[in-house]
Design a binder for this molecule. Structure first.
Ligand SMILES: [Zn+2]
Length: 408
């Protein structure tokens, strides 16, 4: 396979997680009697541009196009993060009623609602019909399409230029990263800023977050790789910030390469240097990740097997995509983990892909009173423990499997 950015032949394996069904392919009860599609789940790294990427295979676009930028839920902390971002950018860029803001993967308008409230003209780009409809209910204009050069040209043809574009947690999910990024350099105004947030590869490796690998997640991004991809597609990175969201993210601010209106901040060189010091430009850095992933898998299995032997009961919380990667890589089935709780009513009554563990509502857990609650979306650990504080009343304890199995 060739690198999705630079077309260099990929030979370096980063993570080999065996095979798994698409992580968001939750199963209805009637699907349990049918064959399930399992696909290789392997992440490679390009030793020319250092873009880490899932291994390609035939027909994958047909399987995943509906899952573009899929968000499992909007936590209150994520909404607060979006609100704060809008306020900061409004001040920094002096946005007003004459400006134009675009959000790609606008989802249900969780972020643009704050732009609209501030009286700044805006529109969203969102290919998923149901979420686009939810955004429109908030009065937000939505283009129901995938973003890329083609759509960017159409926006330009209407005489529109964007002063701020936002793309949160979508850069890693696009199959054609060059076309996606090039679209932003086309639509930006001369002083326009493009903001991108994505989980930082450095944290993924150092915190052993291998479970953030799944098929729909095409790229695993370092600042080195992003800077290279952006430069080739007309964007200049002038600022970068570290955020604790999604287990450690980067917010990258970019501008048009042909104008370079702003000076590059010291933060860019600082984070590039931190990445280099950690070894991100050496294949050894990536090779070490597999053993750490396997160690977490064995610790989880040991914990579940011991619980089974001792007659203590374990339940899981949060039917997130990363949970599916962990459970399928570890080979956990309902005999070791009888159910997963999720507050999303669309998931309740369905089964986890691959593991076939049933997804139930919170009442089930409150009645069952398990001894241990395994939190699968470890990035929401604090919020979940707060929501389930009553588990203390029956002596229930919380557990996470990443970076290493820990009883909290
Ligand atoms: Zn490459």
């Amino acid at each position: 396979m060739k690198c999705r950015h630079c077309a260099h032949e990929l030979t370096q394996t980063f993570l080999d997680l065996g095979s798994a069904p698409p992580s968001n392919a939750y199963l209805k009860p009637e699907a349990l009697s049918q064959a399930e599609i399992w696909l290789p789940l392997k992440v490679m790294v390009c030793d020319a541009c250092w873009l880490a990427q899932t291994l390609d295979f035939t027909g994958r676009e047909n399987l995943f196009d509906a899952d573009y930028a899929y968000f499992s839920s909007f936590s209150s902390s994520w909404l607060a993060h979006a609100k704060k971002f809008v306020e900061t950018m409004r001040q920094d860029l002096s946005l007003n009623s004459q400006s134009l803001v675009m959000e790609v993967a606008a989802n249900d308008g969780y972020l643009l609602q704050y732009v609209q409230e501030a009286g700044i003209p805006c529109f969203g780009v969102e290919p998923t019909a149901s979420t686009a409809a939810a955004a429109r209910e908030k009065g937000i204009k939505v283009i129901e399409r995938f973003f890329g050069v083609e759509l960017a040209k159409e926006i330009l043809a209407r005489g529109q230029r964007v002063d701020l574009s936002v793309a949160n947690n979508v850069l890693a999910h696009v199959p054609d990263i060059n076309d996606f990024v090039a679209g932003f350099s086309l639509v930006l105004s001369e002083q326009g800023v493009a903001s991108f947030e994505f989980p930082h590869l450095l944290n993924m490796v150092e915190q052993n977050q291998f479970d953030t690998a799944y098929h729909e997640h095409y790229s695993y991004l370092s600042l080195h790789a992003v800077k290279t991809v952006f430069a080739k597609n007309g964007l200049h990175v002038f600022d970068v910030q570290e955020w604790p969201t999604h287990g450690g993210s980067l917010r990258v601010l970019a501008q048009r390469m042909d104008i370079r209106y702003r000076e590059e901040k010291a933060s860019v060189a600082q984070i590039l240097q931190a990445e280099q010091a950690a070894g991100i430009l050496n294949t050894g850095f990536y090779e070490a990740a597999q053993a750490k992933a396997e160690s977490a898998k064995f610790a989880l299995l040991e914990f579940l097997l011991n619980a089974k032997r001792n007659g203590t009961r374990v339940a899981a919380y949060g039917a997130a995509a990363k949970g599916n990667t962990l459970l399928n890589f570890s080979g956990v089935r309902p005999d070791l983990l009888p159910y997963v709780v999720d507050i999303n009513t669309h998931k309740q009554g369905k089964f986890m892909p691959g593991s076939h563990i049933p997804i139930v509502d919170i009442q089930h857990l409150l009645a069952d009173k398990p001894d241990f609650i395994l939190i699968l979306p470890w990035n929401l650990q604090a919020e979940i423990m707060q929501d389930l504080a009553q588990a203390k009343n029956w002596g229930g304890q919380f557990v996470v499997a990443i970076p290493q199995l820990t009883v909290l």
